[in-house]
Design a protein around this ligand. Structure first.
Ligand SMILES: *Cc1c(COP(=O)(O)O)cnc(C)c1O
Length: 826
């Protein structure tokens, strides 16, 4: 049923031949290769940029093949720990710029492209983003892969090859409209389909047990509907170090044999329908960021990824070590990116017990020493729970194992808190009720040897709140790993002008050791350096200005302050607070109160989950406000506003180098870490923010004088929530009062009366968990402070330099070094 599809001898000898011819190919230059692909692939004299891009990408991939093979061989020869990073999302973005830089092919590429009269930068623009993720969680996985390869770690990313990634966002009359993202339309030149790693994943059916001749009770999972998992590998090159790791993405396909059976019964249409069902699994990414969704297809994706990846790991192990798993945990570790792949826990138990005949305790030893869980959120709506009924139907054997894990674990709880029935119910993996559910976070904690949060504050809130009971039981499991971002993509590659200024002053070592940026503090009084720094920012702002003109038809002015908030649209991230402030400025300008004002361009961007009505309404408000502001010539000298559609990785690569002020204004205690905040900081933006997530640590690094802090603390938020009276804050703030009155009057919705009333209702509700009204006045004052500092361009630039200088700790290299030393022990 789950026997791996073995490579036939024939295909092995064939792959050997391929190897010989490939290594010959690898001797040829990049230019020869591109020439060959252009000639062969296209076979005609005319080619467009997309075709030339494909030719270059195929050529760069060929350059990686030898190192890719060497890396694989070396990792399997030497007894070193292998890390599997399991994630439903990898938000990779474009690959070309990163590959060319990491492989040190920049000059060669630029040189060869002269023959085709095209700039590398132009070619890069035609690559489709690999948008296989929603936001921060998926982008973190992508940054981690780059850091792992660059730190020479043997880490494989396991994910899903969604046919359709994150939807493309358009705006129609200010409303978000979703369009399918057919990112594979032109083919994916980076991927390699490797069918020798095919495995089969079972669904549905039922279980049965029998006692074998040795007296062991064995369980079999029968009458399953099997789905074929096919591996597509993407190369992950380290930064100039010869390592090429693998991102293995699974595609679901129909197995031939179950089709055949139905064909024989003459049930042709049923067979074709089943084939579609199998192929549906990896068709589309669920576009919900930080909210669970309970859909059956989502659970199928999770199990499909988990089972395929584990079978792959076990096949690798058995090939080298046979079926003795006593050392498995010494050489393998699995990092679960949130609970999304946590069904891997009972699946590994199943494979070891049912397929390899380990005893329960032996299997549990293996599982509980290899699984490590990263929690990404405290928001209750994001905690995954699967109904017992759905599991029973789809994965009956898995549910049995979950029940057994729970029973044994509850014995431990009962021992710890004798007679405490309430504790037992509260801590059970099974949430009872009319519709019992499996709490996946609890399952993950129980089975993992490590549970980490993603910023200091977040990890502290986990152990003092959400997972308090578990912390009492197993304090040693809990740890913090503050997120980071890769300085290759987010500084060296996206901001070449700043990168070369840094290198000119500091040498090139910062690219692999970002703490070197600290040395910038020596130049904060160097007038020449300040000038150069300003010029770089100015040039980057001009690039963004063009993008905004092209995408939004809004004229940004590079002499104005660029004030930016880009991230998924969510109430907790409080884009609404930002828009209220924009309306306040607008109102002040109309009143003629412009004496202390600094002209600003406010940019907002981000996608709303398609079913999230409030988030979509926030986009509509931003659009309408932008329209009113930009069409009033008395306002535009002081204020311009744009909502940039389709925010994605490639957009961020243009946005963060051009930003003066980075908006990180979530309700304290709600943003687990944030990583957008770090990208901005690296690129010399100054942050206006709350004491939330990694902002806390950013402030610690850069100092209060270089950070615009405002708002309630997480503790104060929890206090205030007990007895929250938004009206009290509205009465105390004439500014907020005016803003709400203006929205309520229909000023921004003349043709759509009342459309924004749900927003007013939310802000004025005593149940508003985001406490927008409570933080408004403090935010407004902080923004006044921003304006005051910005007027002194030298002072502002010094702040900017100090932010970049202090950003070294937020390199994902630092984060991954900690995962390596403290969790993976690799
Ligand atoms: C970095 C990044 C994010 C995460 O942003 P936050 O501000 O931390 O929420 C989301 N989407 C994209 C495209 C990113 O590059």
């Amino acid at each position: 049923m789950t026997t791996p599809v073995k490579p036939s001898g024939k295909s092995q000898s064939k792959s050997k031949k391929v190897t010989t011819s490939l290594s010959k190919l690898e001797d040829s230059s990049l230019a020869q290769r591109v020439q060959r692909h252009v000639n062969h692939g296209l076979g005609r004299d005319k080619y467009d940029k997309q075709e030339l891009f494909q030719a270059l990408a195929l050529s760069v991939k060929e350059k990686m093949l030898q190192r890719w093979r060497t890396t694989r061989q070396a990792d399997s020869q030497f007894e070193r720990k292998q890390v599997a990073y399991l994630s439903l999302e990898f938000l990779m973005g474009r690959a070309m710029g990163n590959a060319v830089m990491n492989l040190d092919l920049l000059q060669e590429t630029q040189e060869l492209l002269k023959a085709y009269a095209v700039e590398l930068e132009e070619l890069e623009q035609v690559e489709h983003d690999a948008g296989l993720g929603n936001g921060g969680l998926g982008r973190l996985a992508a940054c981690f892969l780059d850091s792992c390869a660059s730190l020479d770690l043997s880490v494989t990313g396991y994910g899903i090859r969604y046919e359709y990634g994150m939807f493309a966002q358009k705006l129609v009359d200010g409303f978000q409209v979703e369009r399918p993202d057919r990112w594979l339309r032109e083919g994916n030149p980076w991927e390699v389909r490797v069918s020798e790693h095919n495995v089969i994943v079972p669904f549905f059916g039922h279980t049965s047990s029998y006692v074998d001749p040795n007296g062991r009770r064995n369980v079999v999972w029968l009458d399953t509907q099997d789905v074929l998992a096919v591996a597509y590998d993407m190369p992950v090159p380290g930064y100039k170090n010869d390592r090429v790791n693998t991102l293995r993405l699974w595609k679901s396909e129909a197995t031939d044999d179950f089709d055949l059976e139905e064909f024989n019964q003459g049930d042709y249409t049923e067979a074709v329908a089943r084939k579609n069902m199998a192929e549906q699994i990896t068709m589309v990414l669920y576009p919900n960021d930080a909210s669970e969704n309970g859909k059956e297809l989502r659970l199928r994706q999770q199990y499909f990824l988990s089972s395929a990846s584990l079978q792959d790991l076990l096949n690798n192990w058995v090939r080298q070590h046979g079926t003795d798993f006593s050392d498995f945990a010494k050489f393998n570790v699995m990092q679960l990116n949130d609970t999304h792949p946590s069904i891997a826990i009972p699946e590994l138990m199943r494979l070891l017990i049912d397929e390899y005949f380990l005893e329960w305790d032996q299997a549990w030893q293996v599982v509980s020493q290899t699984m490590a869980y990263t929690n990404h959120t405290l928001l209750p709506e994001a905690l995954e729970r699967w109904s017992v009924r759905m599991l029973e139907h789809m994965l009956p054997r898995i549910l049995e194992i979950i029940f057994e894990i729970n029973a044994r674990y509850l014995d431990l709880v009962a021992h710890q808190w004798p007679g405490d029935e309430q504790k037992l119910a509260a801590m059970s993996i099974i949430e009872e009720g009319n519709e019992p559910h499996v709490r996946m976070a609890y399952l993950a904690i129980v089975a993992s040897f490590s549970v980490n949060g993603v910023a200091g504050l977040h990890s502290k809130l986990l152990t003092s709140g959400l997972f308090k009971d578990f912390y009492q039981l197993w304090p040693h499991k809990f740890n913090n790993k503050t997120n980071g971002v890769t300085p290759r993509r987010w500084l060296a590659n996206c901001n070449p002008q700043l990168a070369s200024l840094l290198t000119k002053r500091l040498g090139n070592d910062w690219v692999t050791d970002l703490s070197h940026l600290n040395a910038l503090n020596a130049f904060t009084d160097d007038k020449g350096f300040i000038k150069e720094w300003q010029q770089v920012k100015q040039n980057n702002k001009a690039v963004l200005q063009q993008l905004i003109k092209a995408e939004c038809d809004v004229d940004f002015d590079t002499n104005m302050l660029f004030d930016v908030q880009v991230k998924r649209i969510h109430e907790y991230k409080r884009q609404l607070l930002n828009i209220l402030h924009v309306i306040h400025l607008y109102h002040q300008i109309q009143q003629g109160n412009t004496s202390n004002m600094v002209p600003r361009c406010v940019l907002i961007g981000g996608k709303a989950a398609p079913g999230y009505a409030m988030a979509k309404l926030i986009i509509k408000l931003a659009s309408n406000v932008a329209h009113m502001v930009n069409s009033d010539p008395s306002v535009t000298p002081f204020l311009r506003v744009a909502f940039l559609p389709n925010y994605n990785v490639s957009a961020m690569e243009k946005i963060c180098p051009a930003t003066d002020l980075s908006e990180q204004i979530s309700t304290a205690g709600k943003e687990a870490s944030g990583t957008g905040n770090m990208k901005f900081m690296m690129n010399g933006a100054v942050t206006i923010g709350t004491l939330d997530g990694a902002n806390v640590e950013m402030l610690e690094e850069v100092g209060e004088d270089n950070f615009f802090l405002f708002g309630l603390t997480a503790e104060q938020v929890m206090q205030q929530r007990q007895d929250y009276r938004p009206q009290h804050f509205i009465d105390a703030s004439p500014a907020l009062n005016e803003v709400l009155t203006l929205i309520d009057s229909g000023h921004f919705s003349l043709l759509e009366p009342g459309i924004f009333s749900p927003l007013i209702t939310a802000i004025t509700s005593c149940d508003d968990p985001w406490m927008t009204a409570a933080d408004f006045e403090s935010y407004r004052l902080s923004q006044e402070h921003v304006a005051k500092v910005y007027k002194n361009q030298t002072a502002w630039t010094q702040m900017s330099i100090r932010n970049t200088a202090a950003s070294g700790r937020f390199s994902s290299d630092v984060t991954i070094a900690k995962y390596r030393d403290e969790i993976w022990k690799a």
